[in-house]
Design a protein around this ligand. Structure first.
Ligand SMILES: *[C@@H]1O[C@H](CO)[C@@H](O)[C@H](O)[C@H]1NC(C)=O
Ligand SMILES: *[C@@H]1O[C@H](CO)[C@@H](O)[C@H](O)[C@H]1NC(C)=O
Ligand SMILES: CC(=O)N[C@H]1CO[C@H](CO)[C@@H](O)[C@@H]1O
Length: 346
């Protein structure tokens, strides 16, 4: 008798054996990663360098956390050991592309004049599992932020780029702005079109359907679901998943898109694809990278980041769909689900 379950299992196993990591997939699609950030896993199959750095409170020393093997998940045990009996913060999130687009403590900006730099995330703030192995995400509470104002290869002006990020769909607020992506190099608001970053939360401007949270686009001077800033957008749903894959991309010719899906299963949906808001084409992207803050260092938001990339070129939907398949196969799960994961593997 034909065993459907066995057949699907072998199919999935086969897919995993040949599956490339997200940045291998983007490269195959002709839209290579120019920044790749994750505290949970390598985003290239061949990557075995440092993923992130932690600094401990007892003596202010640092250590770098690498994958357990090339292309693998982070060695969280190394963090636990280094941080035992003291506190630790995530001091750097390294760029895996070799372009040194690392994220470090964000300086004060136009929204926080005279303030010191932002806080760093508690290193143990967002434990989850990847295929049953514990790893840590980046837990952003208000006042926390990361930035790089001197990047290499990130889109500027109207140049094409794509982004994805995985967030905790249950950790958010309505403060501005839990973002990941392209922002001003001055940490000041320099006007419409100077940002192209993924936003996640319930800030009302440009809200989607329901009460949120939503995957929105922070294009500066507005969070957008599509061409318009205000009003509810039926195609941009309230996110209810524990892990959300959020996608934003833009290219010359007045074209951009927002997509999203459940990082644990299923495929991506396109929430918007079409023209830019009035006044946003051509774009004036500046090429800095932010995480957890707005382009002017607005830092009143909360959220959790697990991994994300920025590409050169406008990725095809098919490329992004393959990345989503890789994300699902990576098996993100909340720590509450660990007993399930372990027993399922036994
Ligand atoms: C760690 O660095 C901070 C900030 O520079 C300083 O205030 C603190 O005294 C240092 N702690 C130790 C144990 O060196
Ligand atoms: C940001 O704007 C403030 C206030 O306008 C200004 O003083 C500061 O020089 C600007 N910073 C940069 C890096 O341009
Ligand atoms: C209601 C509203 O403002 N709709 C506008 C949304 O954006 C498109 C494209 O710019 C306009 O044509 C609509 O009028």
């Amino acid at each position: 008798m034909f065993n459907l379950k066995l057949f699907l299992f072998v199919l999935v196993l086969g897919a995993q054996l040949v599956a490339a990591a997200p940045c291998d997939i983007y490269a195959s699609g002709g839209t290579p990663c120019v920044a790749a950030h994750s505290t949970t896993r390598a985003l290239f199959n061949a990557y075995s360098g440092s993923l992130y750095q932690v600094q401990r409170g007892s003596d202010n020393t640092t250590t770098n956390i690498a994958p357990l093997s090339a292309g693998g998940v982070a060695n969280a045990a190394a963090q636990d050991s280094f941080c035992a009996g003291t506190t630790c913060v995530i001091s750097s999130i390294f760029d895996q592309t070799g372009r040194s687009n690392h994220l470090t403590q964000a300086p004060a900006g136009g929204a926080t004049p005279g303030a010191g730099p932002d806080f760093l995330a508690a290193a143990d703030g967002a434990p989850v599992t990847l295929n049953g192995q514990k790893v840590y995400g980046v837990f952003i509470s208000p006042g926390t932020g990361y930035r790089n104002d001197k990047t290499n290869g990130i889109a500027t002006g109207d140049a094409a780029e794509g982004l994805y990020a995985i967030f905790d769909g249950t950790h958010f607020n309505g403060g501005c702005c839990f973002d990941y992506g392209n922002a001003e190099v001055s940490a000041n608001d320099t006007g419409p079109g100077h940002m192209e970053a993924i936003y996640f939360g319930t800030a009302r401007a440009g809200a989607g359907a329901g009460s949120g949270p939503w995957v929105l686009a922070d294009l500066e001077d507005g969070l957008f679901t599509g061409p318009n800033k205000s009003g509810s957008t039926a195609s941009n749903p309230t996110i209810t998943e524990r892990f959300v894959t959020a996608i934003l991309k833009g290219e010359p010719g007045n074209q951009w898109a927002i997509r999203g899906g459940n990082s644990q299963s299923g495929s991506l949906s396109t929430f918007y694809s079409g023209v830019r808001p009035n006044g946003y084409s051509p774009m004036s992207k500046e090429g800095a990278i932010i995480l957890g803050i707005g382009g002017d260092n607005s830092d009143r938001s909360r959220g959790t980041f697990y991994e994300g990339v920025m590409t050169s070129g406008y990725p095809s939907d098919a490329t992004e769909n393959s990345v989503q398949a890789n994300i699902v196969a990576a098996k993100y799960a909340s720590i509450d689900d660990v007993s399930f994961v372990v027993s399922a593997r036994a």
